[in-house]
Structures are given as structure tokens and as C-alpha cells.
Design a protein around this ligand. Sequence first.
Ligand SMILES: [Zn+2]
Length: 275
Amino acid sequence: MHYSISTYTLFHLSIDQAIERLIHDGWKSIEVMGEGKYHGRPLLYMEQMKLKEIASLVKKNNVSLGFHLPVTGFNPASVDESTETIWAKCLSIMEVIDVNYVLLHPGTNTSIQAGIESTALFIKKMLRDLPEMIKIVIENVPYKEGSIGTSIEELISIIDHVNDDRVGIMLDTGHCYMNAQEHFLKECEKAFPYLYGLHINDNHGQHDEHLQIGEGVIPFKQFFLRLGKRDIEYVLETNTIKRAEHSKLHIEKFLTKSTRCNLRVSIESDYKYER
Ligand SMILES: [Zn+2]
């Protein structure tokens, strides 16, 4: 199990400053947010020298990275010139900076079916373009008319179309709760067999607030009980570092409890067996 932190926690800083600060704070796994006019977006236009500086800092400190691809203008669900251009730029960034995975939002299409098929086709191209060890992770997004990937079924359908085990799901707890509300736990469980990782953040069900666990109303205790301990990426995607650290402590508490609970269940069942 890996804890990772999103540079979204330092959205007010430029991406190089944010990465530097998180490394300085001791984080060993970081998700680089490629969005935000003054944050991740400038990565697309960054000089090679600067990219190389980031790469060497990351390497020197043994940090692993994930790359949250830009959202605006990047639309695998209905590919256009801008999508192709942004992808080409992202590829050239990844020639300098090593990442373990790239994360994408499928984007929008007036037809869900066409959006799913287009996203799958584009992911196949991405798989060909990327080195073998880099995974592709699809994220569930909040409901908006025409958006693809608002339900876990749509993500699974994309994965089925691609049919490659380099592709998985990043389950965003906040987005899932906004869409599924009281069916949140059931909806999450559908993603479990395909999980690459989690974007962990809390909210009140209306807005994407990126709060720490416990500040909103998402039933995280039951969530982690159902999830159990898994070898996945736990990406803390809150709007401050403090909130990320807080969420991490909460998760550790939940996981110790759920392990104890599982242990009790197995002791009880052993006991029954002996009788
Ligand atoms: Zn997210």
C-alpha cells in the first residue's frame, strides 16, 4: 500500500515549486496535476532545462510520480486536434520526467456509447506511445451533461473495450459520492476489481470540495471496511497538505480497525471449524 499526495494540495504554487516543497516535506510518491493556469498547465510549455531540473530532483530523492493529464482541451471521448497536440506535449514531458502512471478523465461526447468507444481507441494509442511499464488510469468524474465516466460502469466498459491489464481505475471518492449519494458504497465496490488507486477527498455531496476525511459526510469508515487492505495507490487529493496528512492518519486508523475486525472474523470462524 502506497500513500501518495497530489500537487493539488499546493494548487496556488507553480508545479515545480509544489513538487519541490512536497519532496522537501518527505513525500516519496507524488501525483503531478497537469491542470491549473498557474499550476500544472505551464508544464506543457516548460523549457527542457527546467523539466530536467525537476527530473533530477525527483530521481535524487527516490520519488515516484504519477501524471494527472490536463483536462481542458484534452478530450479522448471525442478526439480533436487539441487532444492530439496536448498528448504529444505530454509525451515529450514524459521523455524527460519518469512517471509510473498517467491519469485521464475521458472527457465529453453527446453519445455515451461513442464516447466510450472513442476513449478506448485513444487509450490504445496511448498504450502504444508509452513505454511498457507506464500504466494508464481512468478517473470517474462528477456528473455534467455529456461527460463520460460519471458511472463506474462506463469506466469498466472503456476498460473492457481496451482489454489490456496496463489499464485500471482511479476511484475518486469525492466524485463518486457527488454522483451516487446514498448508493456510494455499492458504486465504489463495482470499481474494486479494477482499482489502480484512490483519489481520497471528502465533501458534502454537492461540490467537489477536496476536504479531509471527516470534514464532509462521505462514509469513509464503511468504505475502508469494505475495501480492506489492498496494494493500491492511496492518493491524498485534498486542497491543503495539512488536510492530506489528516486524511492519512484517519486511513491508518480505519485500516488497523478493519484488519483487527477481519482477524476477529477469522478467529471466530476457526473456532467454529474446530467445534
Ligand atoms: Zn480526483
